[in-house]
Design a protein around this ligand. Structure first.
Ligand code: BG6
Ligand code: MG
Length: 212
């Protein structure tokens, strides 16, 4: 039985992937690497530091360790500029109705995100007060596909992992949820490891999630 729902943020509550893409593309261009949308798919759910490592690997660039923090800062400054206008209008379709549905069943909700900007983005979207716990990239040692972020969320909600449902758009996040022993709804296409894959949260209902 599902007693709690843990939401990924980027790609589930709002679509920030395009802004991550634009700001990483600018970093990659410094190394004459043309970051493609296909590359960007592989960065979904991956932490900021791990994303930079992947890009440097794809660009066949090795940097002195001391240059890394500056690049990460630049990427984030650019990203923060791009998401400055984010607001309630940017909440993805079906999210608000699904949150209300869970509230009508007294089902606790958490956010489990790799992003260190998650609290800021939740405030911008006007969603912060809807979640009993927010576990983000600042609070975990091992990022997705490690299950730590979702296990921490379950602990904070005081619900056993087997009674938690995760909503995720990224393969790394789906692997993390499965490794935590949780059920997963995948949002997007070809998320074969999820228990069910939907194109959006529109119409997702209580019986459906109880029967996964
Ligand atoms: C994830 C995104 O939610 O957060 C990744 O899918 C991103 O693309 C990661 O790299 C870390 O985000 P941030 O905001 O801490 O740079
Ligand atoms: Mg995501």
């Amino acid at each position: 039985m599902i007693k709690a729902v843990i939401f990924d943020l980027d790609g589930v509550l709002t679509d920030t992937a395009v802004y991550h893409y634009q700001s990483w593309k600018a970093v990659a261009a410094k190394f004459s690497y043309n970051l493609t949308e296909h590359d960007n798919e592989k960065l979904k759910g991956v932490s900021r530091a791990d994303s930079l490592n992947l890009i440097l690997e794809w660009a066949s660039v090795t940097l002195p360790q001391e240059e890394i923090p500056q690049l990460l800062q630049e990427k984030n400054d650019h990203y923060l500029l791009l998401i400055n206008e984010l607001g309630q209008k940017d909440i993805l379709p079906g999210v608000l109705d699904f949150l209300t549905l869970l509230e009508s069943h007294n089902c606790p909700k958490a956010v489990g995100s790799s992003s260190k900007n998650a609290p800021f983005i939740l405030e911008k979207l006007g969603l912060a007060s809807r979640f009993a716990a927010v576990i983000d990239g600042n609070g975990v040692k091992n990022t997705k596909p490690d299950p730590e972020v979702f296990l921490n969320a379950a602990l904070q909600l005081q619900v056993l992992p087997e009674n938690c449902l995760v909503i995720e758009d990224a393969p790394s996040g789906i692997q993390a949820a499965k490794a935590a022993g949780m059920k997963v709804v995948g949002v997007g296409h070809e998320l074969t490891e999820a228990d069910v894959c939907v194109s959006s949260l529109v119409g997702l209902d209580w019986d459906q999630i109880q029967n996964l």
